[in-house]
Design a protein around this ligand. Structure first.
Ligand code: GTP
Ligand code: MG
Length: 454
């Protein structure tokens, strides 16, 4: 089914006529145009005015060339490469992780129970990411099928003090954290004598300290083992060969990671890394390198009055400055999820507070450096999730690997231009539907039609 859908999609993209604004150089819609558009590429590479090389040699330069601009190296992103990234819900036991997972996914897949370590096996769900742009595009195209962007979210078992050395669900839990790309850290700030806390009383900053300590301890153990392995394998690193040099650099980076964790007392994501170092960091899949979004589970009363007695923001500012913090209330979200759409609107108006779920989903999506582009037509409006910074061929490859392997070009307009001009033909007439080649870096909200070779 999916393959058929993709093929149909491919056929539709390939059959679109080229934009009129580029008619002289763009491929035509005849079958031969499906071959790589060499004429288009060449036209752009030729100099604007023909002159001979001797003329160039004789011409006296009027001005000295400005100094070459320093080429800015593109920053490699921390984390696994790829577009199919996942976020895991992490926290101490019995704080509402599975309850949150259930309201977020509108399922009862998460085992929400009033005892610690209820969750053992991770559960996974795909959560639609709210996007006003997507809704607008659906209104414009009125497609038969609508597919919004989604965030893959995993409910993970509770982590307790000592987990890094095997306490609680210990190592099993940590391997589940290793398998995700980002963390929603669930922090309990609601009081309820009926819901026991494994540490005795409620204290969010102590819990945050516990999670941070356990993740760091596990990273330290992991890095120390890695250094040992590298040094063992590298006893004969005496030569000036490239391989030996690279190995020495790797050892230096891993030693820096250890220093960051132990001497600087920082999570790995909070240190400064060069591109070569990031490749080493990424290879290790460290727990503290993953982006964290703190979700503070308040009582409904505290959430509505936007106050609580804890110093959670201050803890983040001191320990992990810049990490996002989102207060919410599982109790309120559970109440809302059981209501009809109209009742939800009414209830939120009545209490003077709104559900935080859309904000949380969007924050998780952004924390993973995910952006989306759209494909639009009468059959389907669809958002495709890609990693920030990827180029057009890789973005096309998210739909089908053939689109990447046989990439010719993309006809791309921005959502803002479509919104401003109101229709594709108006965008085209304004010269804002552009043909983009392989080097084009995708921008969040692009609307793309891919052309690939036969
Ligand atoms: N009063 C109150 N109870 C809550 C809230 N959130 C969750 N609970 C209750 O807390 C208990 C534990 O919830 P879970 O969602 O299973 O917690 P968990 O963090 O997944 O627990 P483990 O999987 O054992 O680590 C359940 O009885 C929930 O109903 C809340 O916001 N307020
Ligand atoms: Mg659970």
């Amino acid at each position: 089914m999916a393959a058929m859908g993709t093929r149909r999609l491919a056929a539709r993209f390939l059959s679109r006529p080229p934009p009129s604004s580029a008619s002289s150089s763009s491929p035509t819609s005849s079958p031969s145009s499906l071959l790589p558009s060499f004429s288009y590429v060449r036209a752009r590479c030729l100099p604007a005015a023909p002159f001979s090389s001797s003329a160039v040699a004789l011409a006296k330069p009027k001005k000295r060339m400005p100094p070459k601009k320093a080429v800015q190296e593109k920053k490699v992103l921390l984390g696994r490469p790829g577009n199919n990234l996942k976020i895991g819900i992490v926290g101490v036991p019995n704080v509402g992780k599975s309850s949150f997972f259930n309201v977020l996914s509108k399922t009862d897949l998460g085992l929400a129970r009033n005892y610690p370590y209820a969750t053992i096996n991770p559960e996974e769900a795909r959560i639609p990411v709210p996007d006003e742009r997507f809704e607008w595009l659906c209104d414009l195209y009125k497609p038969a099928s609508k597919v919004p962007a989604a965030l893959t979210c995993i409910d993970i078992a509770g982590l307790t003090a000592g987990a890094s050395t095997g306490a609680g669900l210990g190592n099993a839990f940590l391997s589940h954290v290793r398998a995700v790309d980002g963390i929603f850290q669930m922090v309990r700030a609601f009081d309820d004598a009926e819901v026991i806390h494994v540490e005795g009383e409620v204290n969010p900053t102590r819990d945050m300290e516990i999670i941070q300590t356990e993740l760091r301890l596990k990273d330290i153990e992991w890095v120390e083992k890695h250094i040992e392995g590298l040094k063992r394998g590298g006893r004969a690193l005496g030569s000036n060969s490239l391989a030996d040099k690279a190995k020495k650099e790797e050892i230096a980076t891993v030693e820096k990671i250890l220093k960051v964790l132990t001497v600087d007392n920082l999570d790995v994501r909070k240190a400064e890394w060069g591109n070569k170092e990031i490749e080493v960091v990424n290879g290790l899949q460290l727990l503290t390198a993953k982006p964290v979004t703190y979700l503070v589970n308040l009582s409904e009363k505290d959430y509505v009055r936007k106050k609580n007695k804890w110093q959670i923001k201050a803890w983040i500012d001191e320990n992990n400055p810049g990490d996002p913090l989102i207060p919410f209330s599982v109790a309120l979200e559970e109440r809302l999820v059981g209501m009809s759409d109209e009742e939800q609107v009414e209830e939120q108006k009545k209490i003077g507070a709104t559900s935080a779920l859309p904000k949380i989903t969007q924050a998780g999506y952004s924390s993973l450096d995910l952006i989306r582009y759209f494909t639009c037509g009468p059959d389907e409006v669809r958002a495709w999730t890609i990693r920030r910074g990827i180029k057009a061929p890789q973005a096309a490859g998210v739909i089908h690997s053939d689109f990447e392997n046989k990439f010719v070009c993309g006809e791309i307009m921005s959502y803002d231009d479509l919104r401003e001009h109101g229709s594709e033909s108006a965008v085209k007439a304004a010269g804002k539907l552009r043909q983009q080649g392989k080097p084009y870096e995708m921008i969040d909200g692009d609307i793309a039609y891919w052309k690939s070779g036969a």
